[in-house]
Write a protein that binds this ligand. Sequence first.
Ligand SMILES: Nc1ncnc2c1ncn2[C@@H]1O[C@H](COP(=O)(O)OP(=O)(O)OP(=O)(O)O)[C@@H](O)[C@H]1O
Ligand SMILES: [Mg+2]
Length: 317
Amino acid sequence: MSIIEKALEKAQHKHADETSHVGVVEKLELPDAPSIASITEQLQDTHPSINAEGNLKPVSGEKSEKFHTIDWAALKSLGMLAPDIVRSQMVEEYRLIKRPLLMNAFPDGDNGIERSNLILVTSSVPGEGKTFSAVNLALSIAMERDKWVLLVDADVAKPSVSRVLGIKEQPGLIDLLTGKGLRLSDVIIRTDIPNLRILPAGTIHQHSTELLASDVMKRLAKELSERYPDRIVIFDSPPLLAATQAPVLAGLVGQVVLIVEADVTPQYIVQESLAKLADCKVVGCVLNKMKKGFGFTYYGLGYGYGYGYYGQPKNTD
Ligand SMILES: Nc1ncnc2c1ncn2[C@@H]1O[C@H](COP(=O)(O)OP(=O)(O)OP(=O)(O)O)[C@@H](O)[C@H]1O
Ligand SMILES: [Mg+2]
């Protein structure tokens, strides 16, 4: 049994009855921060994108004017996917990773997973490969011609998606949540992969956790899921155990991909993360940066992944 499988099994038993921290705003201990209610109230007063019922107004035309050409050579130098890499071990590995996610997102019937097209990519601690995996997953799905992807940089304290893709600092997710009167179409960026859009993190904000936990964010998540039922929305996030934003985000999405750095992240740390995700219906684990063979060589594109499910949709138990 692999480390991941053991971790999953133990965590399943140990934490089955525990209360999850996911989405429970009241539990955040930030004494100096304004309350969620006051932020929400203020946003409803000042945010022109929110109507009287407190819902985001429809975006006229839906068409984003911003466009970014991805620097594929730079991505390749990081060992990432690119449209002209048709066959490689990594292409195959991402096929394996995305299949179950897509099957859950677009089920034949009702699989009981709410907002199943929203996927959070997270990890226990920094540097395990969240951004690398979120970008590759988005590219892999977007390169399938009939699938649409919105990649959201939800690591709002340390935005990395834009850095990796070479997108300059500009308004994004946080600005949508802070009452600046912006609409989704003002901040979403089209790319030279027609099926791929990017939502940058936007302006760094000291109360980003509260903003991500706010009712406005909940409505945005619902809206992204319902308005674009044929679209996958991938959120790159901060680590689960090092920041408060990721557990909050986990409460908004239908599926979570937990990146685990092979041979580095200890089992008890993985278990702790799984405990934080106990309320999430679908949690997949990706074993990242696996060493190949028995030698000491690291292969740039040859990193491997294991994938397994923790938690199952209700009606498939
Ligand atoms: N499978 C992989 N193959 C090659 N390089 C990888 C792989 N996964 C991650 N890396 C590299 O490891 C480093 C850390 O990855 P990444 O930035 O994606 O981690 P992260 O979990 O998003 O970190 P942070 O918590 O700081 O946001 C980067 O240089 C990335 O290019
Ligand atoms: Mg990152």
